[in-house]
Design a protein around this ligand. Structure first.
Ligand SMILES: [Zn+2]
Length: 338
């Protein structure tokens, strides 16, 4: 472990102790922008809405071919403050993603002190709900040609090989209401929807050699108007964790359209990631801000902490892992810049 000018634990705790639940990132972003300025970084505060902004510390213009570290400032609710217990640093965002952010600042600082000027930082708001910060941060890359983007999410200090995408579809069944004592006079939308969902179970969905099979969850279902009325309408929302283009799933589920209308709600693409030899690598089933930051360079995914601890009621990260992450970030950046 190399001694850092950045106190990673203190920086993580300072950030964790400011509530930055998605939508309320203003105070944490303000603190972070001031911190980075005080440590010699030129900081751009990029407005996202009236109270929220991204914090971007890019190298001077003309330093082409650089590496940009990125992660998010926001957290899921509920907020709880930091607490250190042995090697464990507890608190909302300790793992996802304020410890990561602190390790990235430490790494960037170490690189800069060694004379490397082609390193930048992009810290965005809104990752946990729709990535509004990342979509806007993408625009800030125009004058700053960065060749690689090292995005931080909890990967247990392994490089990501690929991440799954998302496809959300709404299945909408339409029927005809009738008194339930004369069901033959009506047409049950709920029955049609159930038939479609049962049929979905037997449909072969796309598979990929690296990412595996497509998974899906029927997360929402509504329908009907009363116990004694044949249901005139019913709908279900299905979320697919995709392994290839969303259109592959759309084609596979097209036969359901004999029973239900299919409405496209949202999709996020799968991502193939850049890797560097000498690091453990794995596939990750979750989505990140990476699809929204294409202008910041070829993406890598790497971060300390476990995704199984992120978003939990006793979220924590290992202090040793945070320090190792800073070392790994330096090694990765040097490999990519070399
Ligand atoms: Zn995260």
């Amino acid at each position: 472990m190399t001694a850092d000018a950045t106190d990673i634990v203190a920086l993580t705790r300072a950030l964790v102790d400011i509530d930055s639940t998605t939508g309320r990132e203003g105070a944490a972003a303000r603190w972070l922008a001031d911190y980075l300025r005080a440590h010699g970084w030129p900081v751009l505060e990029q407005r996202v809405d009236a109270t929220r902004f991204n914090v971007i510390a890019a190298p001077p213009a003309g330093r082409a071919g650089g590496v940009t570290f990125s992660t998010h400032i926001d957290c899921v609710p509920p907020f709880f403050p930091s607490r250190l217990d042995g090697d464990r640093l507890y608190g909302r965002g300790a793992c996802d993603a304020k410890g990561i952010l602190a390790a990235q600042v430490a790494a960037a600082d170490r690189l800069r002190r060694s004379g490397e000027t082609r390193v930048g930082l992009v810290f965005v708001v809104g990752e946990e709900r729709g990535s509004d910060g990342a979509r806007i941060a993408n625009e800030a890359a125009t004058d700053n040609p960065s060749r690689f983007l090292i995005d931080g999410e909890p990967t247990d200090n392994r490089l990501g090989l690929a991440t799954r995408g998302i496809l959300r579809l709404k299945l909408r069944a339409t029927g005809r209401a009738a008194h339930s004592s004369f069901p033959e006079l009506g047409e049950s939308a709920i029955d049609k929807l159930i038939d479609a969902l049962v049929q979905l179970r037997s449909i072969a969905l796309p598979e990929d050699a690296v990412l595996g099979r497509t998974h899906y969850t029927i997360g929402l279902m509504t329908g009907g108007v009363a116990p004694n009325v044949v249901s005139p309408s019913a709908e279900a929302e299905v979320m697919f964790r995709t392994v290839s283009d969303a259109s592959d799933v759309r084609r596979a589920v097209a036969p359901l359209e004999r029973r239900v209308a299919i409405e496209h709600v949202l999709d996020v693409p799968t991502v193939r990631l850049t890797t560097v030899p000498g690091f453990d690598a794995a596939v990750f089933p979750y989505t990140t801000d990476i699809p929204f930051l294409p202008r910041w360079g070829a993406p890598l995914l790497f971060g300390p902490g476990s995704i199984h601890l992120a978003h939990t009621a006793d979220e924590y990260v290992s202090v040793a892992e945070l320090h190792q992450a800073a070392d790994h970030y330096v090694t990765l950046a040097r490999a990519l810049l070399g």
